[in-house]
Design a protein around this ligand. Structure first.
Ligand code: F6R
Length: 240
């Protein structure tokens, strides 16, 4: 793992965006793994700015998102589909059919997990963007998830629901379940960039980098991947 600490979230976001932009400019058919949540918002803003100013094209790029809540329609402002459209896809020239996000309202969730997993198996993600939960989750792979897991239906940890309640009007509205790429899917990416900012992530970051490789802290598996960049602001790096 290569750890880089930045003074500000904006700087961290810009540097991460530059890696993606350079890759997409050199590989027009790049496959990107994407995350939602607060951590990649600055990075997405930079990709949009660059697309508008420099014309970097996403016409042939394909994307796979990590996860989606179960039970929220695509039109729900807190669905990850809506999030991605609002914060990235509506502002770049990616065709809709190049976007892959698990369908959280599929009638048969097990079949949807299998479909997503098969689609992932047909592509290799060049760069996977990750955030990290305060409990060390990546995607929605909560503590205790086996490292060999593939796309699956998951019951969200109470800590995760509490952390995400800030986006909903009350915790009761936070979905209890999600579909997530598994840890094995994430580890299959050629390159991984994990972004973390703020003191609330400091313990998880410490455990991920300095602790044992342990399913109780899912992100610790990244120690065994050959190409991981960890981009932190000073607060997230404060326990290292
Ligand atoms: C989001 C995801 C989650 C988040 C994590 C951190 O698609 O898979 O693992 O990356 O919960 O969320 P933020 O960035 O909001 O702190």
């Amino acid at each position: 793992m290569e750890v880089r600490v930045f003074d500000t979230y904006e700087e961290l976001s810009r540097e991460a965006a530059n890696i993606i932009i350079a890759h997409v400019r050199q590989n027009s058919t790049a496959v990107l793994g994407l995350a939602t949540g607060s951590s990649p918002l600055g990075l997405y803003r930079e990709l949009i700015r660059d697309h508008k100013e420099n014309g970097t094209s996403y016409q042939n790029v394909m994307t796979f998102n990590l996860d989606e809540y179960v039970g929220l329609e695509k039109t729900h402002p807190q669905s990850y589909y809506y999030f991605m459209m609002e914060n990235l896809f509506n502002h770049i020239n990616i065709p809709l059919d190049h976007i892959n996000i698990p369908n959280g309202t599929a009638k048969d969730i097990a079949a949807e997990c299998q479909r997503y997993n098969e689609r992932l198996a047909q592509h290799t993600i060049d760069i996977q963007i990750l955030g990290i939960g305060a409990n060390g989750h990546i995607g929605f792979n909560e503590p205790g998830t086996p490292f060999d897991s593939t796309t699956h239906f998951v019951k969200l940890d109470e800590k995760t629901r509490q952390d995400n309640a800030r986006f909903f009007s009350s915790i009761d509205e936070v979905p209890t379940h999600a579909i997530t790429m598994g840890i094995q899917n994430i580890m299959a990416a050629k390159k991984i960039i994990l972004l973390a900012s703020g003191t609330s992530k400091a313990d998880a970051i410490y455990g991920m980098i300095k602790g044992p490789v342990d399913p109780q802290l899912p992100a610790s598996i990244l120690q065994t991947h050959s190409d991981v960049l960890v981009f932190l602001d000073k607060e997230a790096a404060s326990k290292l």
